[in-house]
Design a protein. Structure first.
Length: 204
């Protein structure tokens, strides 16, 4: 499903703007602001991919790093195996997971071509003001509309992306299933899983 890769790249990149923690409506406004500046940002970074891909990846990483909870995301992917991992393994997997996401989404980002993005009003679960859910509709070139959901978490005063669901497909769960399959393949050797980890949303 290559469309998943393209959409997810867009989703991640929307967090290139400041996302200040507050009520769910504040998270919605922040995501809307990020959406409004998306096309301008793309004009700046797309040409760099051909002439200097390393710089392109670095710019995308710099934009995403403050706004994606890579530690929480990677911990959720490791799931039950997180407790048996050493601190070093946890850190190495987080770094590997982050690098894979950045490079996969950055490459897909090059293909984004002025699709319309509509941000819907966000909500917070009852009694959980530190969490927010924001739906986004992305209109494809053929007129199809793809519904995406951001799961956000208030981390030290900022709204940060913790998970993404695209057309009912929970990306976090997809990665968790992949990690479990790798653990079976490599006979519960976490080091081997980290060494061989790849990110490919197109196969999700």
């Amino acid at each position: 499903m290559k469309i998943l890769t393209r959409i997810t790249a867009t989703i991640m990149f929307l967090f290139g703007s400041q996302v200040v923690a507050g009520p769910a409506e504040d998270a919605t406004a922040a995501v809307q602001k990020a959406t409004d500046v998306l096309l301008t940002k793309l004009v700046e970074v797309q040409p760099v991919y051909e002439s200097d891909p390393d710089r392109f990846f670095a710019e995308v990483d710099s934009a995403l790093a403050p706004f994606v909870d890579f530690e929480g995301f990677s911990r959720g992917v490791m799931a039950k195996y997180y407790r048996r991992a050493t601190d070093d393994q946890k850190q190495r997997f987080e770094e590997t997971f982050r690098d894979g996401l950045i490079r996969t989404y950055a490459k897909a980002l090059v293909e984004f071509d002025n699709q319309q993005v509509v941000v819907k009003e966000g909500t917070s679960p009852a009694g959980e003001p530190d969490r927010a859910s924001v739906d986004i509709e992305i209109q494809g070139k053929g007129g199809d509309v793809y519904v995406v959901n951001y799961s956000l978490r208030n981390v030290e005063g900022k709204w940060m992306l913790r998970n993404v669901t695209i057309e009912g497909i929970n990306i976090g769960l997809q990665f968790r299933s992949q990690f479990g399959a790798y653990m079976q393949q490599y006979r519960n050797n976490i080091d081997k899983v980290i060494e061989n980890w790849t990110v490919d949303v197109s196969e999700a």
